[in-house]
Ligand binder design. Sequence first.
Ligand SMILES: Cc1cc2nc3c(=O)[nH]c(=O)nc-3n(C[C@H](O)[C@H](O)[C@H](O)COP(=O)(O)OP(=O)(O)OC[C@H]3O[C@@H](n4cnc5c(N)ncnc54)[C@H](O)[C@@H]3O)c2cc1C
Length: 277
Amino acid sequence: MPGPYDIFVLVKQVPDQSSKAGINPDGTIDRAKAKRMLNPFDRYALQAALYTKKHYGGRVTAVSMGPPAANEILLEALEHGVDRGVLLSDRRLAASDTLATAYALHKVIKWLGPFHLIFCGLQTTDGDTAQVGPQLAERLDLPQVTYCEDFEIENDRAKARRIIEGGIQHVKSDMPLLVTVANSYHPLEYKAFRGAWKVQWLQRHPEELKKYITVIDLDTVSADPERCGLKGSPTIVAHTDKVGDIGGNCKMYEGASTHDLVSEVIKASNIKEFVKA
Ligand SMILES: Cc1cc2nc3c(=O)[nH]c(=O)nc-3n(C[C@H](O)[C@H](O)[C@H](O)COP(=O)(O)OP(=O)(O)OC[C@H]3O[C@@H](n4cnc5c(N)ncnc54)[C@H](O)[C@@H]3O)c2cc1C
């Protein structure tokens, strides 16, 4: 069996939407006010990377771009079993749109060296564009499989099932390859006790932790600062509206039959005519 495989998984720290994130006057998210979490979609990418390592052998590197606090999600990835984490953190990256993000991340990947697979989440819960994975593949001149919900390696070739409009598609590809993992992929397994214990120990031994998580800046990866941050971002946030709090007034109806329930709802919504099916 060929392998082992060098696997990268991209993870992003996002505001926890159950906490109150503010909105800056320029329409961007005030991330400082929100609690932070691992992008839920990246949990599937993490599972795909760890499954691939477990079944075919290799090494998993979690890569993130963000402020120093994004270290937290790399620790979480270590707990789940990744072998190392790399954080690109640089003030010059602030206000990067997807174009600038993909540019900076492709520099990190090039700096890391040869690999077989890059797993990304499908999208994030903050930017929500689903653009970074495909843009990264283009920049790295890689084949890409998007919306992947099952992934195997057979005879040193990738074999994937992906969601398409109205059905599914089975594809095969040579590696290196970039895969964006759908949330219909297998959920992330629980942290292993050994991983959690190891991270606790590493947090008490910062010098050892540095062997597992490397923090780098734009100069390390020879990225052009003019193509990062606000300067490198052609996207303009024209306008942002605050959507009302989720929840609000909700009335629960109870009834013996569906007909009774529907009648109750129609009465309450003040609909005059009821078209019988
Ligand atoms: C004007 C403007 C200013 C912005 N300023 C900021 C800012 O200061 N800070 C900020 O965090 N965002 C900022 N954003 C949002 C930022 O552009 C996007 O969040 C980012 O480019 C990723 O796009 P996305 O969230 O749509 O990711 P998607 O394309 O939906 O993500 C797909 C997948 O790509 C990977 N990925 C995406 N981003 C990263 C990352 N940073 N590190 C590792 N993997 C990643 C993940 O695997 C993810 O699941 C700004 C956006 C605009 C338009």
